[in-house]
Design a protein around this ligand. Structure first.
Ligand SMILES: C[S@@+](CC[C@H](N)C(=O)[O-])C[C@H]1O[C@@H](n2cnc3c(N)ncnc32)[C@H](O)[C@@H]1O
Length: 235
């Protein structure tokens, strides 16, 4: 993951959490398989209660939602409990997918779809979803970026492959929500690449360290060649 201002996502005292020897391990699907074989639940950044108000503002009940890199997070259950029931989750880890499928069945969420897939090669048709959401998953792609002001071309290629896929599967008025510690000065040049027809705004949440909740609205005009932007609101 990119260098953070403070703190760490990994709380090693959490039962079952396997911290990697190097953050480069986050790019290795086998790391995730091993981790998820022992870890039952880990919520990256903050749990749903911290950004629920932002979800309510930007995700309609009847929206079809794709979650990228669900891991063993409870985000999909939280969305479902808030009335957003047309949900598809993907993860690159077969172990995460199998355990998530079992967990959702046993907890009474049989209609949430969980699919093993790579977010760099999304197996969905064009314009299939109203909302694509990710929490901490795109950040994984940045662990080998080097200088965050000038990421390596190989890193940028992967990030762009992911974002092009997200843009493709979003409906013409769809919304991409990215929950991350990546600050706007690093994200703006990437989200604002000319191939994307979406606007960008963001809010922050969390106490102490603030996380970012980016909202990219497809189909919105980019004014004067610049991205639409709102000032972050703390909550
Ligand atoms: C940092 S964890 C975030 C998990 C979860 N979103 C959360 O908020 O707790 C990253 C997740 O992305 C998954 N992942 C990593 N690379 C992926 C890829 N290329 N495609 C899909 N999932 C991927 C990992 O298996 C892991 O579950």
């Amino acid at each position: 993951m990119e260098k953070r201002q403070e703190g760490s996502e990994e709380i090693s005292s959490k039962k079952g959490t396997v911290g990697p020897s190097s953050t480069l391990e986050y790019l290795n699907p086998q790391y995730w398989d091993e981790r998820f074989s022992t870890e039952e639940h880990y919520e990256w950044f903050k749990d749903y209660s911290h950004f629920q108000h932002l979800i309510k503002e930007h995700v309609k009940h009847n929206a079809s939602v794709l979650e990228l890199g669900c891991g063993n997070s409870q985000l999909c259950e939280n969305l479902y409990n808030d009335g957003v029931t047309e949900l598809t989750c993907i993860d690159i880890s077969a172990v995460a997918v199998e355990k998530m499928q079992k967990r959702l069945l046993s907890k009474g969420y049989p209609d949430i779809r969980v699919v093993e897939a790579d977010m760099l090669d999304l197996p969905f048709g064009d314009e299939s979803f109203d909302v694509v959401i990710e929490k901490g998953t795109m950040d994984v792609l940045f662990v080998d970026s080097g200088d965050p002001w000038n990421p390596r071309p190989a890193t940028l290629n992967k990030v762009m492959a992911m974002l092009k896929g997200v843009h493709r599967v979003l409906k013409p008025d769809g919304v991409f929500i990215s929950i991350t510690f990546g600050q706007p000065h690093f994200r703006r040049p990437i989200f604002g690449a000319p191939e994307f027809n979406w606007s960008m705004e963001w809010s922050t949440f969390g106490d102490g360290f603030h996380y970012f909740f980016y909202i990219l609205k497809k189909g919105q005009k980019i004014r004067d060649g610049k991205l639409v932007q709102t000032t972050g609101t703390n909550s």
